[in-house]
Design a protein around this ligand. Structure first.
Ligand code: NAD
Length: 308
């Protein structure tokens, strides 16, 4: 069987760790590309030299030449600058827009049938931009944020309940910023909603920590931002596409009327398959959740305007 090909653009913290996870899971061969000469080559060679110890026979190469990315099935865009303490994701807007726009042009030229997963921040606007530049159907361009935000939410829920994280499924909707919307009614421990297990105050504290989960890590690291959980989240999405699994994951996807939102990328649950987003899932939301989601959508719209 032909091995799938995944290109990871950006050989920094998120990109290189995502590449490592993909080959270790034997999901596909990987091309790691970066603008800095030597960086992707060195990291790819280092990862390749772990193959005999880790026991994978997928391959990884590093390059600065987009010709090597030709006919990729999936492309993960992590190129750009990351946050430093005191910076919001939105502060990255102009620099990363130039980078993501340019990267998308190169990807499309080499891999016109690829599925694109955007990771660079500010996520919702970068995903919208990549889709516009690619001229791909919107199903084939989507962004990673909800899987990460939900996995942070799950981590804090398991900690508060002192339960196994394996039983926790958590749901966070909306834009990838301080306005993201953790949804307690759809966050469960083995099917039991956390609204049955935690007090309102406990849930509010966990929601707050989730909304600021990225900033908490930036504060600790001082240089750069989170990358272990972000790379794991992006790879979960790559896996759903490569395996055509139909997993339902919260992703930044194009909304065409769902949740009352027209023509905007925002975080919602979607079903993923080999051609990307099979369908957007519209959850019944209560009044507060809907108001919070509308506020989050408004924040994403406002930020998109800054690019025009
Ligand atoms: N969506 C999310 O949930 C999420 C989570 C974590 C990080 N991020 C974002 O992902 C991006 C990467 O984060 P990181 O921690 O890996 O940063 P990093 O600085 O470690 O790596 C970024 C890499 O991109 C490369 N790059 C810059 N311009 C490029 C170009 N034109 N072509 C190819 N490569 C280029 C840089 O050389 C660098 O190696 C940031 O924008 C960050 O904010 C998003």
């Amino acid at each position: 069987m032909k091995q799938a090909k995944v290109t990871v653009v950006g050989a920094g913290n998120v990109g290189a760790t995502a590449a490592q996870r993909i080959v270790e899971k034997q999901l596909s061969n990987v091309v790691l590309i970066d603008i800095v000469e030597g960086l992707p080559q060195g990291k790819a060679l280092d990862i390749m030299q772990s193959a005999s110890t880790e026991g994978f026979d997928t391959t990884i190469i590093g390059t600065n030449d987009y010709a090597d990315t030709k006919d990729s099935d999936v492309v993960v865009i992590t190129a750009g600058i990351a946050r430093k303490p005191g910076m919001s994701r939105d502060d990255l807007l102009k620099t990363n827009a130039e980078i993501v726009g340019g990267v998308t042009d190169q990807i499309v030229a080499q891999s016109p049938n690829a599925v694109i997963i955007v990771v660079s921040n500010p996520l919702d606007v970068m995903t919208q931009l990549s889709w516009q530049r690619s001229k791909f159907p919107s199903q084939r361009v989507f962004g990673m944020a909800g899987v990460l935000d939900s996995s942070r939410y799950a981590c804090f829920i398991a900690e508060a309940l002192n339960c196994s994280i394996k039983d926790v499924r958590a749901m966070v909707l909306g834009g990838h910023g301080d306005t993201m919307v953790p949804v307690p009614q759809y966050s469960t421990v083995n099917g039991i909603s956390i609204t049955e297990l935690l007090t309102v105050d406990q849930i509010e504290a966990i929601n707050h920590r989730t909304r600021h989960g990225g900033a908490e890590i930036v504060q600790h690291l001082k240089t750069g931002s989170a990358f272990y959980a972000p790379s794991a989240s992006a790879v979960a999405m790559v896996e759903a596409v490569i395996l055509d699994s139909g997993r339902v994951l919260p992703c930044c996807a194009m909304l065409t009327g769902e949740y009352g939102v027209e023509n905007l990328y925002c975080g919602v649950p979607v079903e993923l398959g080999k051609d990307g987003v099979r369908r957007v899932i519209e959850l019944p939301l209560n009044k507060t959740e809907l108001t919070d989601l509308q506020a989050s959508v408004a924040a994403v719209k406002e930020l998109s305007k800054a690019l025009v």
